[in-house]
Write a protein of this length. Structure first.
Length: 101
């Protein structure tokens, strides 16, 4: 099978999985364990995506301006800054780190 065949198969599987979600009864989704697990999985997925985007460069790890941006954003979040301030702090830290290096 060609690459496009695999891509189309993956798209069909993702769409079918999404459609199957509508068949799950509401009482199952309202169960506290399901709600807690879904929340935990979301946090784990976002944390792993952040780590991959911050430290990956192709097939290797990289420490560059993205690390400074991530640290500045983490500090701003710890100080409970508004989202726009968090984004601006990360952008400014990345710009300064790139200027220094």
């Amino acid at each position: 099978m060609s690459l496009w065949g695999w891509v189309l198969l993956a798209c069909a599987a993702a769409y079918a999985t999404k459609l199957l979600g509508y068949l799950v009864p509401g009482r199952v989704l309202d169960h506290p364990r399901v709600t807690r697990t879904a929340g935990t999985l979301t946090i784990g997925l976002l944390a792993s995506l952040t780590a991959v985007n911050a430290f990956a460069a192709g097939q290797s790890l990289a420490v560059d301006a993205r690390l400074a941006a991530l640290l500045a954003a983490a500090v701003a979040l710890t100080l409970r800054a508004p989202f726009l301030v968090v984004v601006l702090a990360g952008a400014a830290a990345a710009a300064l780190a790139r200027l220094v290096v």
